[in-house]
Design a protein around this ligand. Structure first.
Ligand code: ADP
Ligand code: NI
Length: 227
């Protein structure tokens, strides 16, 4: 505990966190679909902040945020092998079996269910999931979505492509999609899926900014702005 009552990672934990950041930086270096190192950096910063506000274990939250996308299906061919490597890495770096299992439980739920299936079973899981979801909304969320669509060669918008209400995981990854539709298919729904009060507070203004962006986009699309 510090004078402010906050629990800080100890020296050995600090060393693990530094090594995890170096690993994440190296592994995510050339990732161009929105899971680059700076996504990991932003999620980690948010996870630390939300953990402090919610009284969650700061070491588990920071370590999980740093490692959370190493086994992502977009980054590695075999997510199960990616998960095994992540766990082995923690063991090698002296993370306790209990903490290792906790981090793996969170990452497994995050990466395999797309975060939308099973609820997170611990406060630390809820914190990291909120941090990851917050990085998909707001100004950053808008930017990431257009980068992703551009990389996939999809249009930013096409009024003739309908918003999909229901879709399989395959359709979610591959279908006939536009950047603007992705806001309606996923991003505008994230605010109501957040777990913590701190996460919801941050989401409120990010959500409002996305809605304002979409309204302006539509007005400019129709040439009806500034009237
Ligand atoms: P998760 O963080 O759950 O792994 P994804 O990997 O599906 O989410 O997406 C990461 C980011 O990539 C999203 O926040 C979004 O900005 C962008 N993205 C994903 N799918 C699409 C899509 N179909 N159209 C536009 N952007 C997308
Ligand atoms: Ni992520």
């Amino acid at each position: 505990m510090t004078e402010t009552g906050r629990i800080e990672p100890n020296g050995q934990q600090e060393a693990v966190l530094r090594a995890a950041a170096a690993l994440a930086r190296q592994e995510h270096e050339h990732e161009g679909s929105g899971h680059d190192w700076w996504h990991i950096y932003r999620v980690t910063e948010l996870a630390k902040r939300i953990a402090a506000e919610e009284g969650a274990d700061p070491f588990i939250c920071e370590l999980t945020a740093l490692l959370h996308d190493l086994a992502d299906e977009k980054l590695v061919d075999d997510p199960a092998a990616g998960l095994r490597r992540t766990s082995a890495w923690m063991k090698e770096h002296g993370v306790s079996a209990e903490d290792n299992a906790h981090v793996m439980d969170i990452i497994g739920t995050l990466s395999f269910k797309g975060g939308s299936g099973h609820p997170m079973s611990t406060l630390e899981g809820r914190v990291v999931q909120d941090a990851d979801r917050l990085d998909a909304i707001g100004a950053i969320g808008i930017a990431r979505t257009f980068v992703y669509s551009g990389k996939k060669g999809r249009p930013m918008y096409d009024p003739e492509i309908p918003v999909r209400q229901e879709m399989t995981p395959e359709e979610y990854r591959s279908g006939n999609d536009t950047a603007i539709n992705h806001f309606h298919e996923k991003l505008l729904k994230l605010k109501d899926l957040l777990n913590t009060d701190s996460g919801r507070r941050i989401a409120d203004s990010r959500h409002a900014f996305m809605k304002e962006f979409l309204e302006r986009f539509e007005r400019e699309w129709n040439g009806s702005d500034g009237m």
